[in-house]
Design a protein around this ligand. Structure first.
Ligand SMILES: [Zn+2]
Length: 359
């Protein structure tokens, strides 16, 4: 066994959609990648559709993080096999019962996008293992060319970091030749970013968004913009009065507002996942707001959560980023251990929220 390439990821989920047609649909995303690859997701559930209560699982945003796309393909296969066979699932000491599996499928939809950045995956597996961004060409004034935008800095939440953040406070760059964290020419400039925006627009029943990365290991939740606080609502990412103050750790000049109930639920669900991960082989994943890693602008988990705050007509979506395992590309037998951790966490997450009523 070895890591899947992008073609195998695509054929893998196409085969699942054929074999388990009663329990899932293949979803073709509206935008092809920069290098014109078609991107697919799977919608799992006894009933599927845009209005269904939905959790979104995304992988492969960062190309060099090879485990998450594989983990999501195998997770989909495990769930579908268990649903069809009427069985539970076991990952080490983490167990989910057959009843919980049927409850997940009966009550909600799991939208799984295993590889959001296909061109990056191909480039990382074939040319440069350290490649992180997509592969868009960025022409330079001197006639040269640099490639790629960091998709996880390209979303429309405090994207314009030079205006919104304090100087040098955020992990973001407007240098098109920065190898890792170039934010792109404008928010949501990249088709791979717009596919994820489309998922959030189209699946109006979505209430949870989990972006699977590697490798810290940790389970992060909103916000990544700054430390969080629950008592000053006007101190938020939309308020221009606080431009230039965001992103500094440990200060009180600016901290990002979060509703107390949301903070509690984000923490509860993050801890639930970390606890389940621990049962697989005893690994301890840190649980905290994403800012504890470093300040980020334009990240997808914050974008998912920010949409409701920017426009109250949009539903509230809680955002999480799992940073699985300890290395980007470990030997495959270690990758399989990490995949079990991811699967145990995401299945438990789904079982838990399958009993939550949504507005
Ligand atoms: Zn990442």
């Amino acid at each position: 066994m070895s890591y899947l390439n992008f073609e195998e990821i695509t054929t893998g989920i196409q085969l699942l959609a054929t074999e388990y047609g009663d329990f899932c649909d293949l979803v073709t995303l509206p935008h092809t990648s920069v290098e014109t690859r078609q991107v697919h997701a799977l919608a799992l559930g006894d009933t599927r559709g845009p209005d269904m209560k939905t959790v979104i699982y995304v992988g492969g945003v960062h190309a060099r993080e090879w485990i998450p796309p594989d983990a999501l393909v195998y997770l989909a296969a495990d769930l579908l096999e268990a649903r069809k066979g009427g069985t539970g699932l076991t990952y080490g000491e983490a167990r989910i019962t057959a009843d919980e599996i049927s409850q997940i499928f009966a009550n909600m939809q799991l939208l799984i996008l295993p590889c959001a950045n296909p061109d990056g995956r191909v480039y990382s597996q074939e040319v440069d293992p350290d490649w992180r961004k997509n592969r868009v060409p960025n022409p330079m004034p001197d006639g040269g060319m640099c490639h790629g935008v960091d998709l996880n800095r390209n979303f429309d939440v405090a994207w314009d970091f030079r205006r919104t953040f304090a100087p040098n406070a955020v992990s973001a760059s407007d240098d098109p030749c920065h190898k890792y964290i170039y934010v792109g020419p404008e928010a949501a400039s990249e088709p791979e970013t717009r596919n994820i925006v489309w998922l959030l627009d189209h699946y109006t029943g979505a209430r949870w968004y989990l972006d699977i990365h590697s490798a810290v290991p940790a389970v992060f939740h909103n916000w990544g913009l700054d430390d969080i606080q629950t008592d000053t609502p006007e101190m938020n990412f939309l308020n221009p009065a606080h431009d230039g103050q965001r992103g500094i750790a440990g200060d009180t000049a600016y901290r990002e507002f979060i509703e107390e109930a949301d903070a509690a639920e984000l923490l509860r669900l993050s801890q639930l996942m970390a606890k389940e991960i621990h049962k697989v082989r005893g690994d301890d994943y840190e649980v905290s707001a994403a800012f504890s890693l470093y300040a980020t602008s334009g990240a997808s988990d914050d974008y998912a959560y920010s949409r409701h705050h920017a426009n109250q007509d949009k539903p509230k979506v809680l955002g999480f980023t799992m940073e699985c395992g300890h290395d980007f590309q470990p030997e495959f037998n270690e990758a399989e251990n990490v995949m079990r951790e991811v699967s145990a966490a995401l299945v438990k997450f789904a079982a838990d929220v399958s009993t939550t009523a949504i507005a």
